[in-house]
Design a protein around this ligand. Structure first.
Ligand code: NAD
Ligand code: GLY
Length: 371
């Protein structure tokens, strides 16, 4: 792991009235006790992590938290999307109850989006709600999943189908931890970074095009900018529509197709970010077929997604009727209404809307986008 000179931390604010909180972004934050000052007072903290991340960063976090709590405990979950389920969630409740944790106990999610989503859901449920802090350790989690309060587990019939809106007290994004990520995971995170361009900010998209090599090389300044701008865009959307009654759905650009790929292949076969990367290309093609954007925009997005190391061709989900299987899976999407699938499409580069599309057109897009 490469250390580098600490830079001044930056903050992005999520404005949600009494549920407001900061996202702190910088180097060296994880092991600094000052990162955890000013949180709700408690005698006990429980770190929730997994078999991959706990050995890397658990001891550093534990030492920093010991400055603030009488008891700092750790529960280590199995690693992977396939474990984002009831059985693994139950392990968090087992630990909380076995260790007699009271309702002031603060949960610390130390890991990627899987750990963050499950810890948040556990925090929402334990004793009807205890405080929690997000310490995202993947790029994907730092730019998206740790922010905004969506928490969930998967169901075999649909992704993230069981969960709650529950905001963290703080999000702490330590740039240093990204140095130990596998290259495939870094690329998966870049999918969610790229997402913010077409839906909200084409100047940011252009910046990503210009700085992709620095991002892939994990240059701290480039990562810090990408994380900050992503969080600013997400914060602006979430602050207007915390519970996704409308606008927030644009953050799901690429996810309708991507979730179908993830659940259709079996959780963990394609990474979430890989599904989103390919799904954005499919959603851009659909936008083009609906007459909203030109072919040059689709090609520009496809090229950037490919350069980021992400798949741009979808898998077949059935040997007989692959497009039919995609449609069947997409009808379970949370945006679907009365069985009608809703897609996030780009109406003009930098702006997204949610709308339906004829099945026949969607079939054509899937057939044109898959192996
Ligand atoms: P992940 O949590 O599975 O992490 C990816 C892999 O990297 C895991 O093996 C993990 O243990 C490992 N890892 C984590 N940090 C590491 C580090 N610093 N060094 C080395 N290895 C590390 O996957 P993810 O991509 O972070 O998150 C995907 C999940 O996030 C999905 O379940 C998705 O549904 C969810 N998500 C939620 C939201 C939301 O708004 N709540 C948004 C986007 C995605
Ligand atoms: N990642 C989608 C959302 O937070 O709404």
């Amino acid at each position: 792991m490469r250390a580098h000179t600490p830079q001044a931390a930056q903050q992005v604010h999520i404005d949600l009235g009494v549920r407001s909180y900061p996202i702190v972004i910088g180097a060296g934050l994880l092991g600094d006790p000052a990162s955890y000052g000013g949180l709700p007072s408690a005698s006990t903290a429980l770190i929730v992590s997994n078999t991959r991340v706990a050995p890397l960063y658990g001891p550093t976090l534990r030492r920093a938290l010991e400055a603030h709590y009488q008891r700092v405990m750790l529960v280590v979950l199995p690693d992977g999307e396939v474990h984002k389920d009831w059985a693994t969630l139950q392990l968090i409740f087992d630990a909380l109850l076995a260790k007699a944790c009271d309702r002031k106990t603060v949960l610390y999610a130390l890991g990627g989006g899987v750990i963050g989503d499950m810890t948040g859901f556990a925090a929402a449920c334990y004793m009807r709600g205890v405080p929690f802090v997000q310490i995202p350790t993947t790029l994907l989690a730092q730019v998206d999943s740790s922010v905004g309060g969506k928490t969930a587990i998967n169901h075999p019939l649909g992704k993230n189908m069981v969960g709650a809106f529950y905001q963290p007290q703080r999000v702490i994004c330590d740039l240093d931890v990204l140095q130990s990520l596998a290259p495939r995971e870094l690329s998966a995170g870049l999918a969610e970074v790229i997402k913010y361009g077409p839906i909200a900010d084409m100047a940011f998209f252009e910046w990503i095009e210009d700085n992709l090599d620095a991002l892939l090389a994990r240059a701290p300044d480039a990562l810090a900018h990408a994380i900050r701008r992503s969080c600013e865009i997400k914060a602006a959307v979430v602050s207007q529509d915390e519970r996704e009654t409308g606008l927030r759905a644009i953050l799901n650009f690429g996810h309708t197709f991507g979730h179908a790929i993830e659940s259709g292949l079996g959780y963990g076969q394609w990474l979430h970010g890989e599904g989103v990367g390919c799904g954005m290309v499919m959603a851009a093609r659909l936008s083009h077929r609906l007459g909203l954007v030109d072919g040059a925009f689709v090609e520009r997005l496809r090229a950037l997604v490919a350069r980021a190391g992400l798949p741009v061709t979808g898998p077949r989900l059935s040997p007989t009727d692959s497009a039919g299987r995609y449609l069947e899976l997409m009808r379970v999407d949370k945006k679907a209404e009365a069985g009608e699938i809703k897609f996030v499409v780009i109406d003009t580069p930098g702006s997204a809307v949610v709308r339906g599309a004829p099945d026949a057109l969607v079939r054509e897009v899937i057939d044109a986008s898959c192996d």
